[in-house]
Design a protein around this ligand. Structure first.
Ligand code: CA
Length: 237
C-alpha cells in the first residue's frame, strides 16, 4: 500500500509519515501541488493524503486534476483541512475527495480513516489492488492469488495469466453476473477474435484450480442463459 502525503508544513507531514509507516504503509511526502501531481503520475499511490492549503496549486485543484487523469490507477484521496477553512463549502464542492479530516487530528484517527478507505475499496471492488473474500485473496499488483485454508493458513494458487485475470475480474465484483462478451472485453480487450465459448474453457480450468469439487462449483457459478458469477463473501482487514 503506497501513500502519497502532500503537506507543506514539514512537521505535520513528518508526523503523518511516521504514523502511517508504523502501520506498515509505504509513504512518500511532497510539499506543494505541482510536485504532488508529478509524484502521483510517477508512483501511482493507492491513497493520497492531501492538504487543502498548499503553495503553487491548492488541494482542490490537485484533486480535480488527479480525477481527470485517465490510464492511471484511481487513488483514494483523504483531504486535510484546517479549522476555519470553510469546511462545509469545500465538502459541498464535491471535489472528488473520498474523505476529509480536520486539523488538528490524532494519529489514531488518521490511521482509522485510511483503513476505512481501504476497507471501502475491498468491499466494493473497483480499482483496488488487493481483493479479499472469505476464501481467497487476490493481489492484482503482485499477481498472486491464495486460497484460505483452515486456521488462518493459505495456499498459493498456480494460475495462468488468463486464469488469474479471470479470477481477479470475478473477485473485483462478487455476485455480479457477467456475460461472455463482458468477460472477453475484460480479458482480451480489442484483441479478441474467435468464438466466445472460449470463455467456458478458461472458466473450466479456473474451476479445477479453485473449486474443491469442480463439477459442483461453489465459487464460480453458471448463470443459465447468461454467463457466470463469482460468489464468496467479501471481508475487510
Ligand atoms: Ca497547508
Amino acid at each position: 500500500m503506497d501513500i502519497l502525503i502532500v503537506e507543506d508544513e514539514a512537521e505535520i507531514g513528518k508526523l503523518i509519515q511516521l504514523t502511517l509507516e508504523r502501520e506498515g504503509f509505504n509513504c512518500y511526502c511532497c510539499s506543494d501541488g505541482l510536485e504532488a501531481l508529478q509524484a502521483f503520475r510517477q508512483r501511482q499511490p493507492d491513497v493520497i493524503i492531501l492538504d487543502l492549503m498548499l503553495p503553487s496549486l491548492d488541494g482542490l485543484e490537485v484533486c480535480a486534476r488527479i480525477r481527470q487523469q485517465s490510464g492511471v490507477k484511481d487513488p483514494y484521496i483523504l483531504m486535510l483541512t484546517a479549522k476555519g477553512e470553510e469546511i462545509d463549502r469545500v465538502i459541498g464542492l464535491s471535489t472528488g475527495a473520498d474523505d476529509y479530516l480536520v486539523k488538528p487530528f490524532s494519529p489514531t484517527e488518521l490511521v482509522a480513516r485510511v483503513r476505512a478507505l481501504l476497507r471501502r475499496s475491498l468491499r466494493h471492488g473497483g480499482q483496488y489492488l488487493v481483493y479479499r473474500t472469505q476464501h481467497f485473496t487476490v493481489n492484482v499488483d503482485q499477481r498472486t492469488a491464495e486460497r484460505h485454508l483452515e486456521q488462518g493458513n493459505s495456499e498459493a494458487l498456480e494460475l495462468t495469466t488468463l486464469e488469474f485475470n479471470l479470477l481477479a475480474t470475478f473477485i473485483s465484483q462478487p455476485s455480479r453476473v457477467w456475460n461472455r462478451t463482458q468477460l472477453i472485453d475484460k480479458l482480451w480487450g480489442d484483441d479478441f477474435f474467435g468464438d466466445e465459448r472460449v470463455v467456458d474453457t478458461h472458466v473450466a480450468r479456473l474451476r479445477k484450480k479453485i473449486e474443491l469439487d469442480p463439477a459442483h462449483p461453489k465459487f464460480v457459478k453458471t448463470v443459465i442463459g447468461v454467463g457466470y458469477k463469482f460468489e464468496d463473501e467479501a471481508v475487510g482487514y
